[in-house]
Design a protein. Sequence first.
Length: 157
Amino acid sequence: MSQNPDLKIIELGLELPPAPKPGGVYKPVLVVEKFLYVSGQGPVRSDGTLMSGTLGQDLDTEEGRLAARQVGLTMLSTIKEHFGELNKIRRIVKVLGMVNSTPDFEKHPAVINGFSELMADVFGKENGIGVRSAVGMILPSNIPVEVEAMFELYDKK
């Protein structure tokens, strides 16, 4: 049985940050047939500022994991603002986690676990975990983590 993610956010005492405005020419979310695509999100704090830092230089793996969790909260906020209720989402399908890291940093999957663990908490383990990639790169504004995702929606009835 699936859980209501909107209620789960309240139950877990999670605070969603303000949804960020697009930083370029793109849509924050897009629905195509029964899929919701969410553009890359960064870690927005509750006051609207972005977290920053490079893994392997300014931040350790645990700090990166917490930044990835904050990206998850940002994504949930973006979905709610531009799409509506989270309970229209059946499951997460695909996650691309990007980590701002030094060339010798090797724990990208452990960092992106912060995002994945949050999605499992909100949508349940069965529907909150999908396929995933975790890669290292240079990210805009020196944000530590960026994540884009695809969700499956319930059939319209």
